[in-house]
Design a protein around this ligand. Structure first.
Ligand SMILES: Cc1ncc(COP(=O)(O)O)c(C=O)c1O
Length: 352
């Protein structure tokens, strides 16, 4: 069996046991709290992990892109949620084809999106489930008020080929209570308008551990929880030793005592810091931080006792693992130093 020493750099390593433990921990939390788990596959983009998540108890998966959903459907995943406004003829046609082969649901936050959906889906015998997206504090997509949610829910309810599927939100990290109050009110206003709302879908790894059975939320869509990264560690979700994804890299230069250069730059680690200081840190070397990136060079600043030498191979924990996934053609599943399997990242680069 090959080992990590046989791999060229930069390359992605996934500690398989850690990823499995992260899946099990989240599923156990969801089960304890009566929540349905619907993991977001944008973090791994791999049917391999999507199947493991479903086998562990997830009710289905979440994809952000139709291309991701097509890959997952091809691999046999049968219940897919696309929490996205789908617009334009090309995408609507692909969505219709997908609806013919999996249990599908989508979101909308506007009349414009609903018009396209209603014109495409006309079969009352097999309606498309549409959830109304709500802006509960994130400031991204979503209707702004409970009344706005009711207005769209009514339109969905009236359209022959659509069915009102409930409410969806992507809450701002750290503001779960605000999201909860927003959704509880919307649920009440919907009920007063005679619209049952059985599914309320929320998501986001940082606040998952605060969700409970007292919540109006029925379904949770964590994504990053499977790999974790420096951002999630900063949010208290786990420790560096729970992070399953690292980027294996080689020290290619050491121009000064405190500066070493890696062969992983922004095209391997991404420059998405999610607001953190530094672009990554080295496993087992807390005083070595990736403080600068150009496309193919990562600048490591060494402090304290940290020492590196030219030719040494290191493992970088990135700030945001989901974008790193989308930068490599393949990932290597590892157990210690053994490479268990090398998998193509089947849904990488599928932006439409
Ligand atoms: C709509 C939606 N749901 C769920 C998630 C998962 O969030 P996280 O990666 O924090 O678990 C995201 C993340 O971007 C998202 O955009």
């Amino acid at each position: 069996m090959p080992t990590v020493h046989d791999l060229d750099t930069p390359s992605i390593l996934i500690d398989a046991a850690r990823a499995e433990a992260n899946i099990a921990r989240a599923q156990a939390h969801a089960d304890r709290n009566g929540l349905k788990l619907r993991p977001h596959i944008k973090t791994h983009k791999l049917p391999y992990w999507a199947k493991k998540q479903v086998a562990a108890g997830a009710v289905g998966i979440t994809c952000q892109k139709i291309g991701e959903a097509e890959v997952m459907a091809d691999a046999g995943l049968s219940d897919i949620f696309l929490p996205y406004n789908i617009l334009g003829r090309a995408k609507l046609e692909r969505l219709k084809a997908l609806h013919g082969r999996v249990t599908l649901s989508v979101t909308s936050d506007s009349m414009e999106t609903l018009e396209g959906l209603a014109a495409t889906f006309t079969d009352s015998g097999h309606p498309l489930q549409v959830l109304v997206e709500c802006d509960t504090g994130m400031g991204r997509c979503g209707v702004q008020t409970a009344d706005g949610a009711v207005a769209l829910a009514r339109l969905i309810d009236k359209a022959d080929g659509l069915a009102f599927g409930g409410l969806m939100t992507y809450p701002a990290a750290g503001r779960a209570a605000e999201a909860e109050a927003w959704l509880a009110k919307a649920k009440q206003v919907l009920a007063a308008s005679g619209l049952a709302c059985e599914r309320i879908s929320s998501g986001g790894t940082p606040d998952m551990w605060r969700s409970s059975d007292a919540s109006v939320v029925t379904e949770y869509r964590p994504g990053t929880y499977i790999y974790l990264d420096r951002y999630q560690v900063a949010k208290g979700v786990g420790t560096l030793s729970d992070c399953a994804l690292t980027v294996l890299s080689t020290v290619v230069s050491h121009p000064t005592a405190t500066r070493a250069i890696l062969d992983a730059g922004s095209k391997a680690l991404s420059s998405d810091t999610l607001g953190l200081k530094d672009f990554g840190e080295l496993l087992g070397a807390p005083d070595a931080r990736v403080t600068g990136l150009s496309e193919e060079h990562g600048t490591v600043t060494l402090s304290g006792d940290a020492k590196l030498r030219i030719g040494e191979r290191v493992r970088v924990v990135p700030d945001h693992c989901c974008v790193v996934t989308n930068l490599f053609n393949e990932v290597n599943l590892i157990d210690g130093e053994q490479v268990l399997e090398t998998l193509p990242v089947a849904a990488r680069g599928l932006m439409a």
